[in-house]
Structures are given as C-alpha cells and as structure tokens.
Design a protein around this ligand. Structure first.
Ligand code: GDP
Length: 324
C-alpha cells in the first residue's frame, strides 16, 4: 500500500500550529512522550492569517516538522453563520503555513483535514477515493472547500517540489479542550454542556437539534493525536488518510449516551427546525488499520473524560455559561 515510510522524531523541532485548539493541544500532550523539541506560538505573538509574520516566525524558529492544526472550526450553525471566516481565514492560514514550511525546507508537514471534505452522499463507509466525486453538504461547504484546498496544496507541493507533506482526515472529534460555545460548538460539547446545565437546573426536558436520525462516527481527540504521531512516523503519500473509530451511532443514541454519562434523566426533545446536516458520515479507516493503528478509547470512557474536563473548566467559551 502507499505510505509505509518510517520517520524518526528524535531530536526534531516540531511546530504545532494551532496548539490552543482541541486537536493541537491533544497533539502537544501526545508529543510530550516523544524525544522532540516542541515549538508553539500564541495568537498574540503570531497571527497565522498574516503572510509575512508567519514566514518570519517560521524562518526564525526553523521547524523540522509542522503539524498544521490551526483552523477556524465550529459546528453546523457556526459554518452557516461565519462563511467568510470558515472559507477565507482557513485558506489564508493554510497558504501561509504551507508556503512558509516549503520555504524553510520542513522535512514533513501533517495537514489536518476533516471528514466533511467528502461528498454529502458519498458511498459509506467513506474511502479516501470518494474525494471530489459529488456535491458537498451545504451546511459546511465553506469549511470543506478550505480543507480540500489545503489537502490539494500538500499534494501540489509534493508533486512539484517533492515536499513530504501529508493530509489526515479525522472523523467527528470530541474530548478534552473542546469548544463549549452554546451555538457554535459541535454536538458532543453542545450536549455535554446543555445536559449538565439542565441537570443543575432540574429541567424536565432538553433540546437536541434536528431529527436525531443522522448517523455520525465519534473519535476521542487523544486517540486522534496518537494517530497523528503514528502517521508522522509511518506515513508518506500524496493520498489523504482517514482516521476513524468505527463507533457509529445515530444522534438520538449519541444524545442518550451523553445524557447517561452526565447523569441527566429528563426528556430529550428533538428540534426539527434545526438542520440535520449530512445523513451519514462514517469513514473507511482500513488504510490506517492496515498500517497498524487503531483507536482504543471507548465512547463511554471518552465521554466521561470529556465531561470531567468540562467540569474542571478546561474547555473554551465556558465564560458564556457564566454570563448567561
Ligand atoms: P456535523 O457532523 O458537521 O453535522 O457537525 P455537528 O457536530 O455540528 O452536528 C452533528 C449532528 O448533531 C447534526 O445532525 C446536528 O443537527 C446534531 N445536533 C444535535 N444537537 C446539536 C447541538 O446542540 N449542536 C450541534 N452542533 N449539533 C447538534
């Protein structure tokens, strides 16, 4: 199969772009057990949407490896509300980070995509070969188009210059360091927060968006970070590679699982005025399985650790909770 090349992280300088985000912070935690030097830049120090400062920072810090985890991300409503941010900011960051990485001769770059890059009605489970075989899901096409462009930039730099830039497509992620904004988060963080607040308020019922019938696959972010490090060491190909858990369930069943983990016993009401998004999104992860990597965290255990993280106040946008 395409891909099996071993790469040693020992002694390497690794820049994690987007280290404050859910994925970036998980990659930072995971890299702590590797013998490498971690490079990060806080937002006030470096705005990755700006070309010149990004190039200067990368030239000054000379990473050997770049993990491109910087992105404007959000759930189904955020995509609809901030199309410019999702399309243009993400494109700008990709161009700046990938171009600068090429300019300084980065040895390997790992670009993070998303399962929403695949067509709305892709054949399930979704193999990497489904890319660009049909129209996208409209609720997240801004983000998806930016991510497809990033993946294509990696392929282009590989083809034209032989740069070892790879792209990784995670399924729906959840876990430590998630964004708990009440409207703009993804479903795991949204429901953890809403169910916890309903439990505290003894509310008899709680709203879940959509019909509850869409199928989604969920992967714990610490498993995903482990997959990223595994791929940095073992994967080199112009084909993107999927990373899923195989844990597929309906949103209704997922909501019931979150309610159980949170300990909320009220009624779930499905608000069908809210969009369902794509009907099914299950990745075919057989290529990464064949390389020897599999997710290990069960959904229950992952949700329990996400809840604990939320209760300790480690997520983002928790201040909205205190203000409202
Ligand atoms: P998607 O996989 O890109 O659609 O991302 P989301 O995590 O935003 O949504 C996944 C599914 O969960 C969709 O069918 C949503 O309608 C549903 N969902 C149910 N309740 C919520 C909620 O409170 N927030 C979000 N974001 N989605 C919800």
């Amino acid at each position: 199969m395409a891909g099996g090349s071993t790469f040693d992280l020992t002694g390497k300088r690794v820049f994690v772009a987007g280290h404050r985000g859910m994925v970036g912070s998980a990659v930072v935690r995971r890299l702590a057990s590797e013998n490498c030097t971690l490079l990060v830049a806080d937002r006030h120090e470096l705005d990755l949407t700006k070309e010149e400062p990004t190039l200067k920072w990368i030239q000054a810090n000379r990473p050997d490896i770049v993990v491109h985890a910087a992105a404007k991300v959000g759930g189904i409503a955020a995509n609809n509300t901030f199309p410019v941010d999702f399309l243009c900011d993400n494109l700008a960051v990709e161009l700046n980070v990938i171009r600068a990485s090429h300019a300084v001769g980065v040895q390997r770059l790992l670009f993070l995509g998303s399962s929403c890059i695949y067509p709305k009605h892709a054949k399930q489970p979704i193999a990497e070969s489904e890319l660009l075989t049909g129209p996208l899901e409209p609720t997240n096409e801004w983000y998806a188009i930016a991510k497809i462009a990033g993946l294509k930039m990696c392929q282009a730099y590989r083809r034209q210059y032989g740069d070892d830039f790879i792209s990784v497509m995670p399924t729906n992620l959840y876990g430590r360091g998630d964004n708990y904004h009440p409207d703009h988060s993804h479903v795991p963080a949204a429901l953890i927060r809403r169910f916890h607040e309903a439990k505290m308020a003894n509310a008899p019922s709680v709203i879940v968006w959509g019909t509850g019938t869409p199928l989604r696959e969920f992967l714990n972010v610490d498993d995903f970070a482990d997959a990223c490090v595994f791929l940095l060491k073992n994967y080199s190909s112009d084909l993107p590679i999927n990373v899923g858990s195989g844990d597929e369930l309906s949103i209704a069943d997922f909501a019931a699982a979150v309610a159980e983990v949170v300990g909320y016993e009220g009624r779930l009401i499905f608000d069908t005025s809210k969009p369902d998004g794509t009907p099914r999104k299950l990745l075919d992860s057989s290529r990464i399985h064949a390389l020897g990597w599999r997710a290990t965290t069960s959904l229950r255990a992952g949700l329990a650790s996400a809840l604990e993280d939320f209760l300790q106040g480690h997520g983002r946008h928790l201040e909205v909770s205190r203000a409202s």
